[in-house]
Design a protein around this ligand. Structure first.
Ligand code: SF4
Ligand code: FES
Length: 330
């Protein structure tokens, strides 16, 4: 076991745990710890082996290497790829240097990413949108022309906007690890990199739709949902059905009685809890197909949770309290 201190909070974790996993454990076990102590991630995905190490969003500073060798690490490190050592001390949100470094990473991620948010289906649940808002610059210093690509239909269900892709490799790992055949990958290098259109062949697989859920931006979107509604006008509900291919446990996004889209349920880190099959995701768009359980809990602070029914109840309580205070003062 190793004792590690992150932003002043100590936790003991098994050897071999990464700083990022330790920070997530810290937040999971201690509700009073600010969730932001866990660094943001754009490429790491706990359910995908070998993910992480590409985007640098999760950088932190190691101010003490270990009990045995207390020297600090000379530069910020990717927390998703750095293991903890006994006695290690790490700073994340308490370090202006880390926040400055992260700002630089966001600027890099946004170099080619178009600010399509007003017309992008991912708006409201886009991790890059949140990251840009919390850690980014309002302006870009990039003067060169941006990369442009034509839109690609990856079969009847998925649309690829290569211009929005941030090269996180998650969809490639899904195709590699979740589906039976991998027909897709990253072509070329550096500025010329792109997701290979061979991905079109992966659509035959029952689980290929999961690439939509793992994509942190709007590069891979659900063609059955495109432009139907902004996500914050829909109500996510936990629902299930008997499915022979997957667990059948999903979130259905409803407007009135209409099911506009179906996704995997997500945990508080925005990761799919269970992979779901294409039948559940794309073919079951009738409320009668589902047993509806309850409103989905949206744990990410996102525009979807604003004015949401859970928050509305709290808002009503707050307003009631304020009204009573005002009346008492009169
Ligand atoms: S398409 Fe999405 S999931 Fe795939 S590499 Fe690009 S950003 Fe990542
Ligand atoms: S999340 Fe760690 S490098 Fe991308």
């Amino acid at each position: 076991m190793a004792k590690v201190t992150i932003d002043g909070h100590m936790i003991e974790v098994p050897d071999g745990t990464t700083i990022l996993q330790a920070a997530r454990m810290l937040v999971d076990k201690n509700p009073e710890v600010d969730a932001k102590v866990a660094p943001p991630t754009m490429c790491y995905y706990s359910k995908l082996k070998t993910s992480g190490g590409y985007c640098r969003t999760c950088v932190v500073k190691v101010t003490k290497g270990s009990e045995k060798d207390p020297r600090p690490m000379p530069k910020p490190v990717a927390s998703c790829r750095t293991n903890v050592m006994d006695g290690m001390e790490v700073v994340n949100i308490t370090s202006p240097e880390v926040l400055e470094a992260r700002k630089g990473v966001v600027e890099f991620l946004l170099i080619n990413h178009p600010l399509d948010c007003p017309i992008c289906d991912q708006a409201g649940e886009c991790h890059l949108q949140d990251l840009g808002y919390e850690h980014g610059l309002a302006k870009t210093r990039y003067d060169f022309s941006r990369r442009t690509f034509n839109l690609i239909d990856i079969g009847p269900y998925i649309k690829l906007h290569m211009t929005r892709c941030i090269m996180c490799f998650r969809c490639i790992k899904v195709a590699d690890q979740i589906t039976n055949n991998r027909f897709q990958g990253m072509l070329f290098r550096g500025d010329a990199s792109e997701i290979s259109t061979y991905i079109e062949k992966a659509i035959d697989n029952d689980f290929s739709g999961n690439v939509i859920d793992v994509c942190p931006v709007g590069a891979l979107t659900d063609r059955t949902f495109r432009f139907k509604s902004r996500v914050w006008f829909t109500k996510p509900m936990d629902a299930h059905r008997n499915c022979t291919k997957c667990s059948g446990k999903v979130a259905i996004w409803m407007k009135g009685n209409e099911v506009l889209r179906v996704t995997a349920r997500k945990d508080q880190w925005g990761e799919a809890i269970d992979w779901i099959c294409n039948d559940c995701r794309f073919e079951k768009k009738d409320a009668k197909d589902w047993v509806i359980e309850k409103p989905s809990h949206i744990s990410r602070h996102s525009v979807i949770s604003q004015n949401h029914y859970e928050n509305l109840a709290q808002l009503k309580l707050d307003i009631g309290k304020q009204q009573k205070q005002i009346a008492a003062k009169k």
